[in-house]
Ligand binder design. Sequence first.
Ligand code: ZN
Length: 438
Amino acid sequence: MISTIMLLSFPQTPYTLSRVRLHASLTPGLSGPADEDGFVLADLSVADGRIAAIGPHDPSTPLQLDFGGRIVLPCFVDCHTHIDKGHIWPRKPNPDGTFMGALMASGDDRAARWSAGDLERRMDFALRSAYAHGTIALRTHLDSVAPQEAISWPVFKAMRERWAGRIELQAASLTGIEAARDKAWFAALARRVAGAKGVLGAVTYMVPDLEELLDFVFALAIEHGLDLDFHADETHDVNAASLRKIAEAAMWNNFQGRILVGHCCSLARQPDREVLATLDKVAKAGLSVVSLPMCNLYLQDRRADATTPRWRGVTLLHEMKARGIPVAVASDNTRDPFYAYGDLDMLEVYRMATRILHFDHPVADWPRAVAGGPAGMMGLEGAGVLEAGGGADFIVFRGRSLTELLSRPESDRIVVRGGRAIERDLPDYSELDDLMGA
Ligand SMILES: [Zn+2]
């Protein structure tokens, strides 16, 4: 196995990784025999920070840097996170592991402690972790309940600039949909989001005026040319069907931008006939859906009476994909009241998604759900795939097959950015101790 040091030693020199395994779904243009999990044995050439060529491994040419069949994936795209909440767990844990417990705890912490300085340090900690794990683009939601929007959005803009060239950072506003009842305030929020080149978002519930509120949100998005990003139906309640309402609103407003909808947990508990009718509308309206498998497994079906959870919390990604609806999985929360764990490691998300959502037997094109798929949802063409002419941004793993890749943490993976292996220093937790208020 080539060492990080060796790759770093010739960053300017063209080189070829011989005998790497690339996934067919993430390598447009690569022909060649794929194994049963979709991997193709290939040679990958890098020059001037870009991919010069990719082709099936040619046994007749001399081996250059022989990687012995190890898997190489494009850098990850994490399209749904909350790095403004991240890492507050030590000072504000979830008292009982429920969704309501999370909502109350994080709201209290926000009101008491989310100064610009506090946000900036926790967000930077989160981004350093994501970068070290191999993420190239990330969308965070930003709690935008007054007066937090005036604090968090300027911090986001500064962080996006600081991280430019390492992580492509996007932000979506996060408020309950009922915040749109205050039309003047919500219109001002939309102007702020547009000024920051952000995405307009909301959490949707089955409030009586949902359709009217959605129309107002869509009108603002159209006025400012904004994409939309919703948290929908993050509940076990079978009556929660705001995903369908969003699809209907997109169609009757003839919305032309991108719409990403997260969670949609209740869909998995609704009768088949309702589910199919909703998914037909979601497909027709051109919505994309992201499931948050770790956070949803943690929060959904949490029981106060110390009984065992009976369902997985995730939404119906297989049925969606079968209808042509673009689907993704993402990190969601990390070490905050909504999820006690996590480190923005998209390999962990993919490993957990494989187990929770059955992204296997066959693997098919599920690897797209952490790379090329979410890149399209975020409008980042060219990210999350490996192709000649594209950036040499990829991750070299030890695993040579799916079972090897997903059985160990792959903590010693090599992350290559612009053709060069990066230093992968995870920040130490103690860095944030003084923010945690001993
Ligand atoms: Zn979320």
